[in-house]
Design a protein. Structure first.
Lengths: 334, 334
DNA sequence: CTGAAAGCGCTTACAG
DNA sequence: CTGAAAGCGCTTACAG
């Protein structure tokens, strides 16, 4: 592998000139520039990342901390990972992906060893140990998912409160009076997945405000429990005319299950949910839904993080950005 | 951030002693060791990754090149990414994930800049430009997916030939005489996805050897084309009693579609396929299938790669490892 | 069992 | 417009 010294020798200039030609941080005569460029091309020179990061204390790498919970639906995670990786690259960063169970330890290791310039925490929950680890490192970081205590943190999440209200209003406007909500599994509530109760509590409150009967139930995330749970829920609310699905694994199973029960959508039952366009495509889901916007969330998160890396506290106050909840009408309600 | 010099000062020893205490490459007196360990703990010292990689020319990072084709089923990719990341960590490596469209350029950039010790190419096709780029870098690499020319390469893939034979034999043993195969979309064949024709050609050949009528059809990978395509295929082979699904997106849609058509499995139709246990779980797929073993493939690939990194050509001859195709009986045939 | 020193490949203040 | 030199934080041959 060629070094900057090799390039300097071939071009007949000093190493600093090669470095400045690369960075553009001072002006170079056209003739010198040409010779340097030729030498770089001839030697296929690429600056060594380790040396550069040692000198500049910048790596051009962001650490992405992904966690997989048994009670969550793994394929949904990919929707977030991909746009994050792509947005990062657009801004000149690569992604170091860390999937360890002990996310706090992984985060600390990446930060303390200077492997990354910043950190993205995916699927953050209330009381998430990674958040304490992030605070301890003094590294720039951004959370996707809202914890309880956000002091001093940059956070991005979907506006689940607005999402729940929108869906409730949508059904009420169509004349529904008896609706069932299928939430994430109870275990998600218990371990601090704030999106679960933010959505449910907002739906319950909105329903009571406008006189809708709303029955909130826990869903499941693993077969065969999903099917049994959905059958039970539907059996126990025979008069419900609307169904709000806030559960990835359950809504993915719903089309087949409703077909088995002979329930037609929207003729017999109006169904609304919350998921992304990609998710709808992968699972052939035909329901009107709040767009969960993983691509936008990833983009906002990475943009915020890179500005924090570049400007520190001058990038503005730390805070929470809730992405607006927009409804995509797929005709599954009436 | 504390440096090795800070630790040395606090412990009252030289920097080399701290370094050797860390690496264990020479013996240290118990008393010195204690003082060094105390200082490391006190200062929360973690060696700087950039400095270490500059000195040792080793990064402890592997580059993972992921590609997303429009004609493939994205959620299936996660099955490979996760076990690769986890196996790598077990062996002391982190994963730099690269998803650029121009995979060859990304690979070259990662390798030439010395960001990684080795490369994993996911979903390799025949004529894959990343393979040429890999050869040019002289970096250790492993391919998941079999290209046409494997000279000098370490390759890991599922044994699709054995998989196809197993499934054909399984159906024939049960007495089936007329079977339909749904392959990946035509576009996957055209762009060099060797798994598509390795599986199809082996199935066709095996069928002709043992006198089975086998109709091979192209599937689709995007709705609504998937449904239309499957309906057409089933309509045009009304006498077929068996169905071999070699198409992730189509098989994911099959349970609902068969239900809509009133086709019961296995009473009216025997169905076999090829996917992983995770995939079956995510999509509630009830079909007997060849286990595609993404976890095992990832593990074999990473193990092979790390040995190549450690021992170069002494790690044994370059070659192709085909993972055995095992059938998981889910009772969808008779 | 331990230390002083060289050097990995960059970037950048300093000097001209 | 350009160059010589220092130094980022490690590891390891060399010396004792």
């Amino acid at each position: 592998m060629a070094t900057i010294g090799d390039v300097a020798r071939v071009a007949g200039v000093s190493r600093s000139t090669v470095s400045y030609a690369l960075s553009g941080k001072r002006s170079i005569s056209p003739e010198t520039r040409r010779r340097v460029d030729d030498a770089i091309r001839e030697l296929k020179f690429t600056p060594n990342a380790g040396a550069r990061s040692l000198r500049t204390a910048q790596t051009g790498v962001l650490g992405l901390l992904v966690q997989f919970h048994e009670d969550e639906f793994a394929p949904a995670m990919l929707q977030y990972i991909l746009p994050i990786t792509e947005t990062a690259r657009t801004l000149g960063y690569d992604i170091l992906m860390m999937t360890e169970n002990d996310g706090a330890e992984a985060l600390t290791r990446a930060a303390e060893s200077g492997m990354v310039d910043g950190l993205i925490l995916l699927d953050v929950i209330d009381g998430d140990p990674r958040v304490d680890a992030l605070r301890a490192t003094h590294q720039p970081g951004v959370l996707v998912g809202l914890p309880g205590d956000t002091r001093g943190l940059d956070v991005v999440d979907l506006d689940f409160v607005a999402a729940a209200r929108n869906l409730v209003d949508h059904l009420v406007e169509l004349g529904h009076r008896d609706v069932v909500l299928v939430s994430p599994p109870r275990h998600v509530f218990d371990r601090g997945g704030t999106y679960s109760w933010r959505f449910r509590d907002a739906a319950v409150q909105r329903a009571s405000e406008i006189g809708l009967k709303l029955t909130a139930r826990y869903g499941e995330s693993q077969q065969p429990a999903i099917d049994a749970n959905l059958h039970e829920i539907l059996d126990e609310s025979p008069d419900a005319t609307g169904l709000i699905m806030h559960n990835d694994a359950s809504v993915a199973a719903l089309p087949r299950l409703l077909h088995e029960r002979g329930v037609r959508v929207p003729d017999d039952l109006s169904v609304v949910s919350l998921y992304s366009r990609d998710f709808a495509r992968w699972f052939s889901l035909p329901y009107t839904a709040i767009e969960s916007s993983p691509g936008l969330l990833g983009k906002v998160a990475i943009t915020q993080l890179t500005q924090r890396i570049a400007h520190g506290d001058d990038a503005g106050p730390h805070g929470t950005r809730l992405v607006a909840a927009e409804i995509v009408d797929r005709g599954s309600t009436r």
